[in-house]
Design a binder for this molecule. Structure first.
Ligand SMILES: C[S@@+](CC[C@H](N)C(=O)[O-])C[C@H]1O[C@@H](n2cnc3c(N)ncnc32)[C@H](O)[C@@H]1O
Length: 327
């Protein structure tokens, strides 16, 4: 039986941590603007071109992205072709009701990413930029094995009612989730993980072998999946942000087709309409060339509804969606 109070408590801790990631990202955006003299130039109400010419950063595409981020957050506005600092202010909250819920593990991985931006401002292919899934699989593995990743996986498994003996399909599985879910379903069940990064799957495979777990891993772009098995649970966590809406529409349709009646699909993402100023966090995630943007929850729901399945769709907190295929 799924304890909804447990699910809600877990999701709220996930949400508090995402909220704090966004707040810290805003601070680092302000730090970058100060450090590279961008705010100094902006105080003269320049045009886009004047900023690009005055700030001596070689990667102009990233600088443009930075200006667009400032605009999206509301730190600057554009009037008659000129950019203007508009007295932005925001409150930094450490949520009192969850004062003990902030997890330390994700902070150092985000700090690494903030540092990478300085190198990316020189060139996007700088060797100190470690955001490529294949080339930098080790860095991704560190991100996927934090206490925060453990927390959201626990949240997913509780929300799905995952138990020993069940079958799981995990799309964009990464390097750590296969062992986590494989351990829960055990030898009576089975787990299939799909990911397009051979280097990430290599880490997942060696971890599963060390722990002697029955997981099947497939190297494949999820946009091409045609799964044939019937699964009790499908997991899509931190994947939709790498897919364009047309592509994720197809992926969601195929995923729902593989569920058994009564089966559940759990989608986890920082849904963009739920986290104000999420563009600050996106600026850093865009150092990965495949990052598209965090999806809107309403778009995901509409896409699922448009596919004609008989489903119940439950938003849980601000970052989880549970879709149950009606028996
Ligand atoms: C941020 S990680 C999340 C991993 C895992 N789902 C988790 O929550 O820990 C995103 C993963 O999705 C994979 N990925 C991204 N786009 C993909 C695609 N089109 N097809 C297959 N895998 C993809 C990446 O290789 C990476 O391992």
């Amino acid at each position: 039986m799924i304890r909804m109070d447990t699910v809600e408590r877990l999701v709220s801790v996930v949400d508090s941590n995402i909220e704090q990631m966004v707040r810290m990202a805003i601070l680092h955006i302000i730090q970058l603007g100060t450090k590279h003299g961008i705010f100094k130039v902006l105080s003269r109400e320049p045009t886009y071109q004047e900023v690009l010419d005055s700030v001596g950063l070689p990667n102009r595409r990233l600088l443009l992205e930075f200006l667009n981020t400032l605009k999206a957050i509301g730190i600057i506005e554009e009037k008659e072709g000129r950019l203007k600092l508009n007295g932005f202010s925001c409150t930094l909250k450490v949520p009192q009701e969850h004062y003990d819920s902030l997890l330390p593990g994700w902070v150092s991985t985000l700090e690494e990413i903030y540092r990478m931006v300085d190198y990316a401002f020189i060139t996007p292919t700088h060797p100190h930029v470690l955001m490529d899934f294949d080339k930098d699989a080790d860095f991704w593995d560190i991100r996927m094995t934090t206490d925060f990743a453990d927390l959201y996986r626990k949240t997913i498994s509780v929300a799905a009612g995952l138990e020993q003996g069940m079958s799981v399909l995990d799309l964009g599985c990464g390097s750590a989730a296969p062992s986590y879910f494989g351990r829960i379903v055990g030898y009576d069940g089975f787990y299939t993980g799909v990911d397009y990064s051979s280097a990430i799957l290599e880490i997942a495979k060696s971890r599963a072998e060390t722990d002697n777990l029955p997981v099947e891993l497939k190297e494949l772009d999820v946009r091409l999946i045609r799964p044939v098995n019937e699964y009790d649970v499908a997991v899509i966590s931190y994947l939709l942000e790498y897919l364009k809406p047309d592509d994720y529409g197809r992926v969601l349709k195929r995923t729902l087709e593989t569920l058994k009646p009564g089966g559940r699909l759990i989608i986890l993402e920082p849904f963009r309409e739920e986290f104000k100023h999420i563009e600050a966090l996106e600026f850093f995630e865009k150092l990965n060339k495949d990052f598209v943007g965090f999806p809107r929850r309403n778009d995901v729901i509409r896409t699922i509804e448009g596919n004609g399945f008989d489903v119940s769709i439950e938003p849980l907190g601000r970052s989880l969606l549970r879709v149950t295929l009606m028996p």
